[in-house]
Design a protein around this ligand. Structure first.
Ligand code: HEC
Length: 160
């Protein structure tokens, strides 16, 4: 173990706090709520080249959300599903070199990452289901869970 137990424990607590913030924002939709308070995010130390690699992935994550949204708006649910699965879902894990970076991440951060990948794969299924049912709402609900994982991890951790 690279991390002393106490650091892992405090990271878990802080990440729980991050989740709570994300939940709170998710349920009430208040923009910028709590944004002015002190920075309590846990600093995660990774080799610089892995940080660069991870931030490049992050920028692709945001682009992916935009492309998913656009595909849904055009009624191209299959495209939204494939984009989510390949770039954010379980299929994307190898593409992102997740195994290599995961060992530097505190447990709570790994959990947020796993939650994002799992939710994205579930979204891919729901988006395809909505072609049959004609109801997009279940897919949108899972897409919100994907975004909630982004928000929770960002609330809890930083690289710099
Ligand atoms: C497992 C944790 C985690 C998850 C999940 C996560 N991120 Fe990040 N992301 C980070 C960290 C850590 C940073 C760096 C923040 C800092 O150092 O201030 C970051 C930075 C970013 C950046 C800035 C990139 C840059 O060039 O500086 C973007 C954009 C971003 N994330 C988008 C997303 C989106 C969109 C999602 C969800 C689809 C997401 N992230 C999910 C941890 C995560």
């Amino acid at each position: 173990m690279r991390y002393p137990l106490i650091a892992a424990a405090s990271a878990a607590i802080l990440s729980a706090a991050g989740m709570a913030v994300a939940q709170h924002q998710g349920h009430h939709g208040h923009k910028g709520h709590g944004a002015a308070t002190a920075d309590t995010r846990v600093l995660v130390n990774m080799p610089p080249e892995l940080v660069d690699h991870t931030l490049a992935n992050m920028r692709d994550h945001l682009l992916t959300l935009q492309e998913i949204n656009e595909a849904l708006a055009r009624g191209k649910n299959d495209k939204a599903a494939a984009t989510a699965e390949q770039r954010l879902g379980m299929t994307s894990l190898r593409l992102h070199g997740a195994h290599e970076v995961a060992k530097y991440m505190p447990e709570g951060m790994q959990q947020a990452g796993t939650a994002m990948h799992r939710a994205a794969s579930r979204f891919a299924i729901e988006a395809q289901n909505s072609d049959v049912t004609g109801d997009l709402k279940p897919a949108l609900a899972v897409l919100s869970e994907v975004m909630n994982a982004c928000v929770a991890c960002h609330a809890g951790y930083r690289f710099k």
